[in-house]
Design a protein around this ligand. Structure first.
Ligand code: NAD
Length: 469
């Protein structure tokens, strides 16, 4: 399969050994599709097309923009199964999770389609009428990761389009196909140049983030790349929204129902093979329930069926790409040295980047598996004895995306939650997000906010019209 890219309403790209990128199915390491290898020239053309489309799109009545975003949601719904199969081949997640991603994306789009960027009257008296308006910015660049290859780009496309901006998407080099297929399916009703996409081999980000005609960069990815984006967009003072890495702690107090809590934490840690920005990435369990919690987590890990996501019965797919697989393997190796591995490990004797869920106990702060973002199916469990210390301990991290606190005493857990330096802290649940809920990171986990009214407004510029009477 060869999937063309969309620039200025045209599907372009030639399939040849020199001009295509091979997309690998992580479940068998075979090429499952090819896409054009975008160039700096293509980025330039895409930005030009988006800039050309901007004035008419910004002037399009809100109701029409909302209708077009709703129609994209209709296309997703009508083609969900075909697209989900494609995504499982491309990304690796089990088919049910791919179907889930299609459903969520549709839901987010339907929510965005009800929104409006509202201004307000700041002053209206005998002397002056001062109105604050929210106007679109122009061309937005959306730079995306590989863990949710459809959902994350539409978190940018939806708000950008409703507020009257046009957009150029740069997908992750390993997961561009399903998204490009969706753009092809929508090309007969989305005006030319409003949505554009240029795939790359991890080499075109800078061309977008330093482009003088890009007004805003909305980036989701690693903290390391986020810092590079801040630097390269400084020259043109671009608006930035950065959703970066996390190392989300789960603090488990001694009064919990251990079995139930283990199940919830396990779900929050291993969904999408642990490749979720807000996944539980380190557990801090009180010493009184430490052994029991570790054992329950290990039991759950043993029950997971790791297989090709298209196989019936698979509950976890492979790691998405070879580079991440290598990183995860190195963390498993260091975990064996630093602590005790209770379950799982690398699946040997078959093709594909498969890892069975790993639970590591007897590890401490300072060990790689606790301090670094694993972004894969390994979960370290750290023992603690003082609630006061544990808050200080988890706050030492440079990350501050999400966290969770677990206790039968919700009021006590909420007090602890308020002391954790994280954009979201869940009490007795985890990884709960939605289009109406602000999503922001403390410290190195991000800049700005996505979702909610506050995130939506980041796609606008404040303009004050001050009229003397
Ligand atoms: P990554 O930073 O390696 O890549 C993300 C995107 O940035 C890719 O499209 C990549 O090609 C592009 N890129 C690479 N170098 C660039 C540069 N110099 N300039 C501009 N763009 C560049 O991240 P990844 O490995 O794809 O994703 C995993 C990371 O993303 C994890 O750290 C995870 O926590 C984070 N993430 C965060 C969120 C969130 O909402 N906070 C959501 C999903 C993933």
């Amino acid at each position: 399969m060869f999937q063309k890219m969309l620039i200025g309403g045209k599907l372009v790209g030639k399939d040849s050994a020199k001009t295509s990128i091979k997309i690998i199915n992580p479940a068998n390491e075979k090429v499952f599709a090819r896409v054009p290898k975008g160039t700096v020239k293509d980025i330039d053309k895409a930005v030009k097309a988006a800039k050309k489309a901007f004035p008419a799109w910004a002037d399009t009545p809100l109701a029409k923009r909302q209708a077009i975003v709703s129609k994209i949601a209709d296309v997703l719904a009508a083609n969900a199964e075909m697209l989900a199969r494609m995504m499982t081949k491309e990304q690796g997640k089990p088919l049910a999770e791919s179907m889930g991603e299609m459903g969520w994306t549709e839901g987010y789009l339907r929510h965005y389609a009800t929104l409006e960027a509202k201004g307000r009257m700041v002053q209206d008296d005998d002397a002056l009428q001062i109105e604050m308006r929210r106007v679109p910015l122009g061309v937005v660049a959306g730079i995306c990761p590989w863990n949710f290859p459809v959902l994350v780009p539409f978190w940018k496309i939806g708000p950008a389009l409703i507020t009257g901006n046009t957009i150029v998407i740069k997908p992750s080099p390993t997961t561009p196909v399903t998204l490009m297929k969706i753009f092809e399916l929508c090309n007969d009703f989305v005006p030319a140049g409003v949505i554009n996409i240029v795939p790359d081999e991890n080499d075109l980000g800078k061309a977008l983030t330093s482009h003088p005609d890009v007004a805003k960069v909305s980036f989701t990815g690693s903290t390391e790349t986020g810092k590079k984006i801040m630097a390269s967009s400084a020259g043109t003072v671009k608006r930035l929204t950065l959703e970066l890495g996390g190392n989300d702690p789960a603090i488990v107090l001694p009064d919990v129902d251990v079995k139930k809590t283990a199940e919830q934490i396990f779900g929050g840690a291993f969904m999408n093979a642990g490749q979720v920005c807000m996944a539980v990435k380190r557990v801090y369990a009180h010493k009184n329930i430490y052994d029991e919690l570790c054992n329950e987590l290990a039991k759950l890990a043993e029950a997971v069926v790791v297989d090709d996501g298209l196989r019936q019965g698979a509950t976890m797919g492979p790691i998405q790409n070879k580079a991440q697989y290598k990183k995860v393997k190195a963390l498993i190796k260091s975990s064996k040295k630093d602590g005790k591995v209770l379950s799982g490990g690398v699946v040997k004797g078959r093709k594909g980047y498969f890892v069975k869920p790993v639970i590591v106990r007897d590890v401490k702060d300072g060990n790689d598996i606790v301090d670094k973002e694993q972004f894969g199916p390994i979960l370290p469990v750290v023992k603690f004895s003082s609630t006061k210390d544990v808050t200080r301990q988890v706050n030492k991290s440079a990350y501050g995306l999400g966290a969770s606190v677990w206790s039968k005493d919700a009021a006590k857990a909420t007090r602890i939650a308020g002391k954790i330096e994280s954009g979201t802290v869940w009490v007795n649940h985890c990884v709960h997000i939605g289009p109406h809920i602000p999503m922001a990171g403390f410290k190195s986990s991000g800049l700005g906010v996505e979702q909610s009214t506050e995130g939506f407004e980041e796609y606008t510029q404040i303009q004050v019209l001050s009229v003397a009477k």
